[in-house]
Design a protein around this ligand. Structure first.
Ligand SMILES: [Fe+2]
Length: 333
């Protein structure tokens, strides 16, 4: 018997129905250009997206140690492709982790992003938000070693398989680079599975059968759009021999009943729960408080040289409160 066989419990079915209803409520608040049961595409207002591109470019330029020079999109793509292996703060799945050397740039990016998200007006439906947000560089060429990793994003997966709580919705925003060829795709699993597939796996390969029986969703990421997708869908990175892409992604947890929340938290990887903070804490960053990372690029490089691909992907941080006068200035800027 497959570990993903339809579960007879009623809670599985009602859980899935409630999941769809939660997503429908979200979709009723967010204007969208495309929508399916558990995924929607929202067009970001133009000025906001331009600002997001700029702050992402500032952040990446700082990671590339350009000495304050903000690189163009073309330069960023070129430098990131050339430096594929030598950025110590880049994880095997392409995250560019914030470091002490560019704390301010990261806070500015977070603030810009939070302003766009908060402006959508759906935050009262959410329970908590991932911190820090992910800035991800996806190489255009497949790397054999990366594909063999158990949790490689090149394999179809639900984030719950890697330990995320099963009440999360994912946000993906392509920012710059080769969006067309270095892309993302989503699958909808068989409805009969309900929520039975939302559990931790040791390797995304264990979910191959589910992916095989799933249906491809007809959405291809476009520049200037945010993709909201429920974690019950499967997704993966797609590479078609193109150049690299830069995206922002993060997850937020939806508000559910206390008993369902406790059930979800029992099933997920407990260490993942520590990656979520309250909306209020998430929104204060960059205006009332700064998120501060203490490890420097140099310290990270030393670790990276020793540990290579398995280096630590956790980004410990602390919060630094701003004085009231400064808060006013930051809020207006
Ligand atoms: Fe994922």
């Amino acid at each position: 018997m497959s570990q993903f066989q339809t579960h007879p419990q009623r809670t599985m079915e009602s859980g899935f129905l409630e999941r769809k209803n939660r997503f429908a409520k979200l979709a009723s608040l967010i204007s969208h250009t495309r929508k399916y049961d558990l995924i929607l595409e929202h067009k970001i207002e133009e000025e906001g997206f331009k600002a997001l591109q700029l702050y992402t470019s500032i952040y990446i330029s700082a990671c590339l140690m350009t000495g304050g020079v903000v690189l163009s999109e073309e330069e960023i793509v070129e430098r990131l492709s050339a430096q594929k292996a030598s950025l110590p703060n880049k994880t095997p799945n392409g995250l560019l982790l914030p470091k002490a050397d560019f704390n301010l740039e990261f806070n500015m990016l977070h603030k810009c992003f939070a302003r766009i998200i908060t402006g959508l007006g759906f935050d009262y439906l959410t329970d908590s938000w991932q911190l820090p947000i992910n800035v991800r560089v996806v190489d255009g060429q497949a790397d054999r070693g990366a594909l063999d990793r158990p949790y490689s994003t090149s394999k179809f997966h639900s984030d719950t398989w890697a330990g995320e709580p099963a009440d999360v919705v994912l946000l993906n925003i392509p920012i710059l680079g080769d969006i067309e060829r270095t892309s993302l795709e989503w699958l909808e699993p068989l409805q009969e599975l309900g929520e039975s597939h939302l559990k931790v796996l040791r390797d995304f390969n264990e979910g191959e059968d589910i992916a095989r029986q799933s249906t491809k969703i007809d959405i291809s990421p476009r520049l200037g759009h945010i993709y909201f997708s429920d974690c019950a869908l499967l997704h993966r990175t797609v590479r078609a021999n193109g150049r690299c892409r830069v995206s922002i992604d993060l997850r937020f947890r939806m508000k559910t009943s206390p008993s369902y929340k406790a059930h979800i938290e029992n099933l997920c990887g407990p260490s993942r729960l520590g990656n979520y903070v309250s909306l209020r804490q998430w929104q204060r960053i960059g205006s009332e408080a700064l998120i501060v990372f203490e490890e420097t690029m140099e310290e990270c490089r030393n670790k990276y040289n020793i540990l290579q691909a398995s280096h630590n992907t956790v980004a410990p941080y602390k919060m630094a409160e701003l004085a009231a006068d400064n808060t006013e200035v930051m809020r207006r800027s």
